[in-house]
Write a protein that binds this ligand. Structure first.
Ligand code: NAD
Length: 275
């Protein structure tokens, strides 16, 4: 069901389904979307310092009336704040904006080449100080993870990566599975761009489900955590209706075969941001 969890490497249970809030910039729209999701039973919210909506996330959670400890909150340290001391400072800022006593999952947003190892050391310190419940990373390739794993006292429990039917991440998923690093799929719907695909439409028609529901179900059956984004109430509801059907092995393979190595975001080995 909607509040199903996955036990992470350090023993913490993380909801396998949540709301992503990237590009939710309008205050009222953001708060309404999060409140709608929480009312429907969503129990995880994925934000980032970069999204400039941590205040709204905190506010919506407080307004929901749901106890803080029943909601799993993820945020991330942005690229310009990386390095050991900067990360500790950025974390303080995020905590203040969210107005919370702790964060559930804190991630390095992207592996900034000369800084991501120090950034992760700071995240480990925050974990040791019990200011975060789970240490993790995002957009880390296998070689980034290998570098961290070589020296980490606590391995990252989550790697949040771009994944959808056009980018199935087979080898990185296999590596993460072997290391007990859980995968969260970002842009799980390929930002909506994969939904017109004829294969997904046909599977949906056979199951009485939308292409979006088929794709999200495919993620779950691959063992991923998913954080689809929408501000539209009907879609927030639709995206959650994925716990009442099962894709067959043939469906799963047909969707896997859609892989075309297509990224809608940047490649972690060669990324640049103009903001
Ligand atoms: P997504 O794949 O979740 O797609 C969202 C878009 O798909 C929506 O804006 C909407 O246009 C469309 N959509 C949503 N539900 C639909 C439905 N039921 N039917 C039809 N269209 C629908 O893309 P995303 O927002 O890029 O990714 C989800 C979340 O992942 C983000 O909000 C953010 O939290 C996270 N993210 C993380 C990173 C990272 O670097 N770690 C990068 C991008 C996104």
């Amino acid at each position: 069901h909607l509040q199903s969890t996955k036990t992470l490497a350090n023993g913490v249970d993380m909801p396998v389904f949540g709301l992503g809030v990237y590009k939710m910039t309008e205050r009222d729209v953001t708060i309404e979307a999060i409140l709608k999701a929480l009312q429907l039973g969503y129990r995880a919210i994925d934000t980032a310092a970069l999204y400039y909506n941590e205040e709204e996330v905190g506010e919506a959670i407080r307004h929901s009336g749901i106890p803080r400890e029943d909601i799993f909150v993820t945020t991330k340290v942005w690229n310009s704040d990386q390095g050991y001391d900067n990360t500790l400072r950025a974390f303080e800022t995020s905590l203040k904006k969210l107005d919370m006593a702790y964060i559930d999952l804190y991630l390095t947003h992207w592996p900034v080449a000369d800084k991501f190892a120090d950034t992760y050391r700071a995240i480990e310190r925050l974990y040791d100080e019990k200011l975060i419940r789970v240490p993790g990373v995002s957009n880390h390739h296998q070689h980034h993870l290998e570098q961290l794993l070589a020296t980490a006292n606590t391995a990252p429990a989550v790697n949040q990566i771009e994944m959808h039917p056009y980018l199935t991440q087979e080898s990185l998923r296999a590596f993460c599975a072997a290391q007990n690093v859980a995968i969260t799929a970002w842009s799980p719907l390929g930002r909506g761009s994969v939904l017109a695909d004829a294969t997904l439409q046909a599977i949906g028609q056979r199951r009485g489900k939308s292409a979006a529901q088929v794709v999200l179900r495919w993620h779950l059956q691959h063992g991923n955590i998913v954080i689809p984004k929408s501000v539209t109430p009907a879609r927030i509801e639709e995206n959650a209706q994925i716990f009442d059907f099962v894709l067959t092995e043939a469906d799963m393979q047909a969707i896997d075969a859609l892989h075309q190595d297509k990224r809608f975001g940047q490649n972690p080995d060669n990324f640049h941001f103009d903001f």
